[in-house]
Design a protein around this ligand. Sequence first.
Ligand code: SF4
Length: 328
Amino acid sequence: MDVINQVNAIETWYDHHKRDLIFRQTKDPYQIWVSEVMAQQTQIKTMLPYYNRWIEQFPTIESLANGHIEQVLMLWHGLGYYSRARNLKKGAEYVMEYYGGTMPHRYDDLLHIPGIGPYIAAAISSIAYDQPITPIDGNVNRVVARFNAMVQSLGSSTFKKKVVETTTQWMNHAHPSVFAQSLMELGALVCTPKNPKCDHCPLNQWCHGQTDPTDYPKKKIKAKVPVYCYKVTIYECDHQIALVKPPYADHLMEGYYRLPMESMVEPVNTSYTIKHIYSHLIWQLYGQTIKVVDKDPSYIWVDIDTLIHDYPLVIAHKKLLKKLYTHS
Ligand code: SF4
């Protein structure tokens, strides 16, 4: 019963508070497609004049498919992310070729059109064709995460599953076209990232996250990458540098040679420092040069230029040598 009441509350709220947006007044799948593509990465008030000009110039899929790419890009000029415009044109050509200019009705068929992903396919399916598929974007994720006070981190598979589960329950009792737009609008106007207006929210009597809404959705906590500090000694003799051979105790970059280095607990003041980031750890290197008269035979001695430009030396040490000898 609660689910039905929640859906009614959201749809009623939308009926009273929705913005007067021209692309919300159409059931034309092509126009919905264009509006959703434009609204990605662009604010609604910015995209509106572009949308109007676009629809005036390319009112149908056929007109877009037959239009010149220069004209398409010109109409997009100022919106950025031009691949969106190119994909719209490619998509229109695809619909002309495979569907005779009529957008397919099946969600799975929509996904085959260039530039249409799950979100836009769901927006077209629900808004144009009244199919119970919720378009899930950042706004919807936020509303659902707060509504359920979800502990799952944003983007995780358990998070996505819970959002789909909640929106599907709602959708099963909703008017799909109205509900899809209601949820988007609720996220954009009421359940905003900062300062959500919980007092005016149609979901507030059921919402579990309203005491601390900005705690949701939970961000993924990145594991802290350990930092290892090393003193690296550059022994130089006759324009050659001393190297040590693998294997190494840490087994990192085993096929590559290294300069002699030793672990440090505390950083020291040396002339050359380099920070090198590997996928799972960071090397903080402190270099010092020592000119020697005799070459210690326990090392391999290699010409400096060869080392810098053409030698299997670990990249972090190569960076250190470049800094020292080429000042780059
Ligand atoms: S009550 Fe507040 S936190 Fe909950 S859905 Fe509404 S605006 Fe978002």
